[in-house]
Design a protein around this ligand. Structure first.
Ligand code: HEM
Length: 404
């Protein structure tokens, strides 16, 4: 007979108001005591195996659709959009969509964009190369993913600025001020909808070598994406693929700035070293530190009963340091190889659809920056985003290097 979760004697953690390091320390201390942690909104798993088990268990549904509810807001337009997004869909509907779009998101599909990625990041660095200093977030990380996503979708270059503005407005979702920001967010969504719909219509008649044309052409046993689904997928890619990548790039460089010897090795290294560098920096300092699920039915897991509706946070950041999986030596080493994957891309059915693309973006940008700034070092303190931000990283990363 499973024990109701509220009857358990559990460590309790409230992350509200804590600095990142304090929050992390509290979660790690809790992980030592029990596999489950009690939190103000529900519970959290902190160990690797439990994180993977929860993310792979289809009874736990994505909490993305609950964003407005948790912020105490009711907005039909916004909620409807969240419900229709791949990020919050579940069951056969979600499985069908993932099956249909998977061929467009393979590593091979991402590889097509590698030369373009080098061009973009090289071009951004060119603008600061002669200065000998830069603020990497504003100069490189922020602008980097937008042209990639636009090129991926097939949007013309002159429209990049529009996408950048829509992305900025839409990312207000994560700013902890949803009530005030909602009109701006909805307006940006509407403009983006109209834009993508026009692009879809155009591509139907004139397919090209881009994601939108691939998505239009995808078909499995007569099943195809509807126009609404095409628009939703394009928006999901813009939303999920921009802020994540830019923050992860900044996190990875920030981490490497404390390891000049490894930065030099990366500059001289091959693709395999770039690959292991990306995995190791994502494990040590991931831009996505956790995600959340809710119980779609009464769930029994490890002899504990979680009632329907219960919220469960999954701490990717503590799972990435589970000593059972990654050992007790927590040193940062870009040549590390582990038998288990780092979890910053999640796991299970909602596993990051753009993981191959994101990996390629980071594998191209990091060695290029290491080659262009071989003696890179911090030129002031790193300013970090507030720790309650969902997609997190440096707000400012001032660097100095020998001018070229
Ligand atoms: C380093 C950069 C990235 C990180 C750290 C990241 C992380 C994640 C994580 C953790 C999830 C799962 C969320 C959950 O289970 O609740 C996810 C889902 C997703 N990601 Fe990424 N992501 C990145 C880049 C990208 C890119 C470049 C794209 C677009 C091409 C993308 C598209 C998506 C989509 C569409 C989903 C939803 C998949 C689904 O629900 O089935 N991501 N991402």
């Amino acid at each position: 007979m499973a024990t109701p979760v509220h009857e358990l004697d559990l460590p309790e953690v409230d992350l509200f108001g804590l600095e990142r390091e304090e929050g992390l320390a509290a979660m790690r201390a809790a992980r030592e005591r029990h596999w489950l942690v009690r939190m103000p909104m529900g519970y959290a798993v902190t160990r690797y195996d439990d994180a993977v088990a929860v993310l792979r268990d289809r009874r736990w549904h994505s909490a993305t659709a609950l964003i407005t509810q948790m912020a105490g807001i009711s907005d039909e337009q916004f909620e409807g959009r969240q419900r229709r997004s791949i990020l919050s869909m579940e069951g056969p509907e979600h499985a069908r969509l993932r099956r249909l779009v998977a061929p467009a998101f393979t590593p091979k599909a991402a590889d097509r964009l590698r030369p373009f990625m080098r061009e973009v990041v090289g071009g951004l660095f060119d603008k600061v190369a002669a200065q000998g200093t830069c603020e990497l977030v504003e100069d490189v990380c922020e602008p980097y993913p937008i042209p990639i996503i636009c090129e991926l979708l097939g949007a013309p270059k002159e429209d990049w600025k529009l996408f950048s503005q829509w992305a900025t407005d839409i990312f207000r979702i994560f700013n902890d001020n949803l009530i005030e920001d909602l009109p701006i967010i909805n307006a940006a969504f509407e403009e983006l909808d109209a834009y993508v719909r026009a692009l879809v219509d155009e591509r139907r008649g004139h397919p090209r070598d881009d994601l939108l044309s691939d998505l239009i052409a995808l078909e499995e046993e007569g099943d195809k994406l509807s126009p609404d689904e095409l628009v939703m997928m394009s928006e999901a890619v813009l939303m999920a693929g921009t802020d994540t990548t830019r923050n992860q790039l900044a996190c990875s460089v920030a981490l490497l700035s404390g390891h000049p010897d490894q930065w030099a090795a990366l500059a001289a290294g091959d693709l395999a070293l770039a690959q292991s560098t990306v995995e190791e920096t994502m494990r040590h300092l991931g831009a996505v530190r956790g995600t959340a699920r809710f119980a779609s039915e009464d769930i029994e897991y490890r002899d504990v009963l979680f009632p329907t509706g219960m919220l469960m946070a999954v701490s990717l950041v503590t799972a990435n340091f589970d000593p059972e999986v990654f050992g007790t030596d927590e040193s940062f080493d870009i040549t590390h190889h582990f038998n288990s994957a780092q979890l910053t891309f999640g796991s299970g059915i909602h596993y990051c659809l753009g993981a191959a693309l994101a990996r390629a973006e980071l594998q191209e940008a990091l060695p290029l920056l290491a080659r262009r700034m071989p003696d890179m070092h911090l030129d002031g303190e790193i300013e970090w985003k507030p720790s309650n931000i969902g997609i997190w990283g440096p707000a400012k990363l001032p660097l100095a290097f020998t001018p070229a």
